[in-house]
Design a binder for this molecule. Structure first.
Ligand SMILES: Cc1cc2nc3c(=O)[nH]c(=O)nc-3n(C[C@H](O)[C@H](O)[C@H](O)COP(=O)(O)O)c2cc1C
Ligand code: SF4
Length: 429
């Protein structure tokens, strides 16, 4: 395991998002090489050799996802998922603000490999600076002959179309995003059919996260085998870890997969704010199960290791929680979010998120009643595995894990009508 930083770490200046700066750090060389020397299948083979897994949350192997595309279709689409709505996650925004050409080059490489001529970026509506930098970068790329008809004078032509979201978390779910791009309400669709068979406008479609696509230029420039050497055996490469919450230096850190949690928290992020002790960590965005300080004592930031500890690396948003934080009130912030964001299509999610929110709210206001913990547990079981999309599970997992790890705090609040904690250091997310 190595902690080399290779894809995203460069000196950030006023101009690092511009084309000339990207070119100075080797930008668009991978695209030139691919168009000049490689067949699309060879580009796919390099991605397969790299072992790259999707960075959008589920960690699905990218080359395997690409291989599912239905063969022989007249049209294929690529959609870049830039909705980034998961609380605690801000890595894609960082890519747009500091290196948008890296994403554009990655998309062009993916489009070349997959035979895509029209691709889409679905960007979170609230990302104003990201949107402006992206649009400027697309203009620069078009003017430089890097995007549009006959890319770099080759036979390959490709368009990138940008669609802004309107603030719905569920539109980050891939099938909901497709509905939204098509102009419909952002409702998730039943699967099958999967997008690789019937996706955007009924055509086979690949959906990849911003970070996944922005990693491709490095893989094509240096080779998949070189990428596979970074990180762990099963999870190659680096990831963008956004650390927030009660740390001295919250921010974005690119680290090799397999890097220790404690090193990120205490060395990189400067330790816990106010000299407090660590209480808990939500390791991969707000939907991932919470871990205690003991759980992360020797834990590394690697999907397998985090799964063995009972959680997920998700979107790489590490939320740090200091001692003194009331876990009941913290959970209330999360249940309110998920109840608001449920699209309401399926009953277990629509009713379940609303009831979880009501019950956690009443406990946190000192009005909890005996049986509330068991009631909450019953609701989480009713949601899991019984919904159209994974938003239901995303809402249920925090509740279930908070009740396992911090049950005594919920029991105390119900019995005494107040928090077990002093409440002075409440987390803001
Ligand atoms: C409710 C919900 C919200 C999601 N939000 C995002 C998001 O904002 N960005 C993202 O890349 N993936 C999000 N995902 C995961 C996507 O559905 C999809 O798996 C991902 O974009 C695939 O990209 P990858 O293979 O490159 O990881 C979300 C999933 C769910 C269920
Ligand atoms: S799980 Fe929730 S968000 Fe997903 S389709 Fe059902 S109601 Fe909508």
């Amino acid at each position: 395991m190595t902690s080399r930083r290779v894809f995203f770490t460069f000196e950030i200046t006023e101009e690092s998002h511009l084309l000339h700066a990207y070119r100075e750090r080797g930008g668009y060389q991978a695209l030139e090489k691919a168009l000049r020397e490689m067949q699309p299948a060879e580009v796919q083979a390099e991605v397969a050799a790299s072992g790259l897994r999707g960075r959008g949350g589920a960690g699905f192997p990218t080359a395997t996802k690409w291989s599912f595309l239905a063969k022989g279709a007249p049209v294929y689409y690529l959609c870049c998922n830039a909705d980034e709505g998961e609380p605690g996650t801000f890595k894609d925004r960082w890519v747009f603000e500091h290196s948008p050409h890296q994403l554009i080059e990655g998309m062009l490489l993916a489009c070349y490999a997959l035979g895509v001529r029209h691709s889409f970026i679905y960007i979170r509506g609230e990302f104003d600076l990201s949107y402006r930098r992206l649009m400027h970068a697309l203009k620069e790329a078009r003017e430089a002959g890097l995007l549009g008809d006959s890319v770099l004078g080759s036979a390959f032509s490709c368009q990138i179309i940008v669609q802004q979201g309107a603030g719905a978390y569920v539109c980050g779910e891939e099938s909901s995003m497709l509905s939204s791009i098509e102009g419909f309400k952002g409702y998730p669709r039943n699967k099958p059919p999967f997008p690789a068979v019937k996706g955007l406008y009924q055509a086979p479609t690949v959906i990849n996260n911003v970070e996944t696509l922005a990693t491709l230029p490095w893989i094509l420039a240096k080779g998949g085998a070189a990428y596979a050497k970074i990180g762990t055996e099963k999870n190659s490469g680096t990831r963008l870890f956004g650390i927030s919450g009660h740390v001295q230096r919250p921010g974005m850190y690119e680290r090799a997969i397999g890097y220790p949690f404690k090193k990120l928290i205490y060395q990189d992020a400067g330790g816990i704010a106010g000299g407090k002790a660590l209480k808990a960590v939500i390791p991969g965005g707000s939907s991932t199960p919470v871990l205690t300080a003991e759980d992360i004592e020797t834990l590394t930031m690697d999907a397998e290791a985090v799964a063995a500890a009972g959680s997920m690396l998700g979107s790489g948003g590490v939320i740090v929680i200091a001692e003194g934080t009331c876990m009941v009130r913290l959970l209330q912030v999360l249940t309110r979010f998920y109840a608001h964001e449920s699209c309401g299509q399926c009953i277990p999610c629509r009713e379940g998120t609303a009831w979880m929110n009501k019950i956690v709210a009443r406990i946190s206001e000192g009005r909890g009643v005996a049986g509330d913990i068991e009631r909450l547990e019953g609701i989480t079981t009713g949601i899991m595995g019984n919904t159209i999309c994974a938003l239901g599970a995303a809402a249920a997992m925090p509740v279930a894990s908070f009740l396992i790890k911090f049950r005594h705090e919920f029991a105390y609040f119900i019995e005494h009508g107040r928090s077990l904690n002093d409440g002075r250091l409440e987390i803001k997310i």
